[in-house]
Design a protein around this ligand. Structure first.
Ligand code: NOJ
Ligand code: CA
Length: 554
């Protein structure tokens, strides 16, 4: 196995060192990408078999949601062995094959890491719950109930109900921020801490390029376990209705300042493995106070490389609102740190459903032209939409436990649509996929869109190619343009002598835009045959049109 890097291997170019800044990440939800053994569930071989799609598209890295051993109560976010592959996805050897194949094609691999909680079937929890004196008791958070027998405090689980479950075997409650089957690990225990860092070493030594860290801000809680205060009305703490969970201000059950010490330690570990192969960390941080969010870069930029920025999930598709969100993030990112953007993931409604298929093309252009690392969710390059899931087929525990609020995440997790054949090429003919395919899979799929220059797949490919070719897009400055007409968000990207103007029409109506002097040519547009008007004439942006214009060097 490769060893941590020696100083003699320090000769990487700046570009290679900062691939996580200049590159584009593609998220694969492994259950839904490609099944190769006919069980209706995607697997690691399936990802390996489809790597050429990512290469053809032009992304730089793939983030794979969890494939560890798991009872699948939360589809892999309940891990029973951090250092093995669940048989439904394959074997460790299959992972090694995938990693080598990806590296052979110039793709980096980011794996998910779930440090806040394990599965209740993890041997650590089995030991911990076995007796109050077990050496692993303190690897989880155990407390007596209140004198009346109720849970130790008022904390609520994200997936509904109290975040404490009583365990009769030892007559104490254990903490779980999510499902009862996902007990929270106690990061204040040094032995647990060491054991979890060892799981990172395990994957670093196998050669992964980085980690996506699940609910990174939740790891550390108030050591006194104080009650959360009630949320005041109208307090927009979340990007969506979270049911009863939204009735509290979550000041004590997550984001304790001690969490930063954990990330400094993790960053030092990643850095120690980064001389020849730069490793990265992307943290899932659902904090919408931007100072809190930005604190995860670290005071000395010594924590996460990229705390996920979910602000585009929160804003309506409106030019002024999106511009404000972008400018707020730009202002919040500490000097020297790098932004990042997402439009969706396995927990959120699909962008094409949220804002409509025409606007989704403009959103793709926005995602791939803002300053910062974009993460693309699988299927968004096809304009895949949420698939309505009949009650009897619902899989997601969030949807089952908090019904009636549209919180179920199955609609955005349906199988990838590869071709017009049976099961859209996702699994063998005659097999029932674990979630139903979209009704439009026969027409909306990779094979069909590859042949159509006007498809969103082709557009995404053109955007990724332009982004790769132009330093202004992959590493340039960002400057918003004042005076754009209502409904249009426009900004400059520049690097060295290269100057680009991005124009996004957020409305389904045409609009005239005055172009700055020096507009030379259209680099890429959401619409076919876009061209610039004669010098001095206004540009007519078509309904939902977005484009990148090259300007002469300023
Ligand atoms: C965030 C993950 O993205 C989500 O899918 C999961 O259910 C929770 N964390 C719990 O691990
Ligand atoms: Ca399979």
């Amino acid at each position: 196995m490769p060893q941590p890097d020696s100083p003699s291997t320090l000769a990487l170019s700046t570009d290679a060192r900062s691939w996580w800044r200049t590159g584009v990440v593609y998220q694969v939800y492994p259950r839904s990408f490609q099944d190769t053994n006919g069980d209706g569930v995607g697997d690691l071989f399936g990802i390996t078999a489809r790597l050429d799609h990512l290469v053809a598209l032009g992304v730089d890295a793939v983030w794979i949601s969890p494939f560890y051993r798991s009872p699948m109560k939360d589809f892999g976010y309940d891990v029973s062995d951090y250092c093995d592959v669940d048989p439904v996805f394959g074997t460790l050897a299959d992972f090694d094959t995938l990693l080598a194949a990806a590296h052979g094609k110039g793709l980096r691999v980011i794996v998910d890491w779930v440090p806040n909680h394990s599965s209740d079937q993890h041997p650590w929890f089995q030991a911990s719950r076995s007796s109050r004196t077990d050496p692993r008791r303190d690897w989880y958070v155990w407390r007596d109930g209140r004198p009346d027998g109720s849970p130790p405090n008022n904390w609520l689980a994200v997936f509904g109900g109290p975040s404490w479950t009583f365990d009769p075997a030892t007559s104490q409650y254990y903490l779980h921020s999510f499902l009862p089957e996902q007990p929270d690990l106690n990061w204040r225990n040094p032995h647990l801490r060491r054991a979890m860092l060892d799981t990172l070493r395990f994957w670093l030594e196998r050669g992964v390029d980085g980690f996506r860290i699940d609910v990174a801000h939740v790891l550390m809680k108030d050591p006194e376990l104080r009650d959360n205060p009630p949320a005041s009305q109208g307090r927009a703490a979340f990007h969506k209705d979270m049911g009863a969970y939204g009735s509290q201000v979550h000041v004590h059950d997550r984001n304790h300042p001690d969490v930063h010490g954990v990330y400094r330690e993790i960053r030092a570990l990643l850095d120690s493995y980064s001389a020849a192969q730069p490793r990265t960390s992307v943290g899932e941080i659902h904090l919408f106070d931007l100072a809190d969010w930005a604190s995860f870069y670290g005071k000395d930029l010594d924590e996460l490389h990229l705390p996920f920025n979910f602000s585009l999930l929160k804003v309506p598709w409106d030019a002024a609102a999106v511009r404000r969100a972008v400018d707020e993030i730009e202002a919040a990112v500490p000097p020297g740190a790098w932004p990042n953007w997402v439009l969706g993931n396995h927990d959120e409604p699909r962008i094409a459903t949220r804002i409509g298929p025409a606007a989704a093309r403009a959103a793709m252009l926005l995602l791939l032209t803002l300053r910062g690392t974009p993460t693309l969710y699988y299927g968004d390059e096809l304009g895949m939409e949420d698939v309505p899931i009949p009650e009897a087929l619902v899989q997601d525990p969030f949807g089952k436990r908090v019904p009636g609020r549209g919180l179920g995440r199955d609609p955005e997790r349906t199988p990838m649509q590869w071709d017009a054949g049976p099961n859209a090429g996702f699994t063998d003919p005659g097999v029932t996929p674990w979630l139903p395919l979209a009704a439009d899979a026969a027409s909306r799929n990779v094979a069909v869109q590859q042949t159509r220059p006007e498809s969103i797949l082709a557009l995404t490919g053109r955007l990724l190619a332009a982004r790769r070719a132009r330093p202004a897009l992959h590493r340039g400055d960002y400057r918003p343009l004042g005076g754009a007409p209502a409904g249009v968000f426009s900004f400059y990207r520049s690097q060295g002598g290269e100057r680009l103007l991005v124009l996004v029409n957020f409305r389904p109506a045409a609009v005239e835009v005055a172009l700055p002097a020096g507009a030379r040519s259209v680099v890429v547009s959401t619409h076919p045959a876009a061209a610039l008007p004669a010098a001095g004439a206004p540009l007519l942006l078509r309904p939902d049109e977005a484009m990148v214009v090259e300007l002469s060097a300023g």
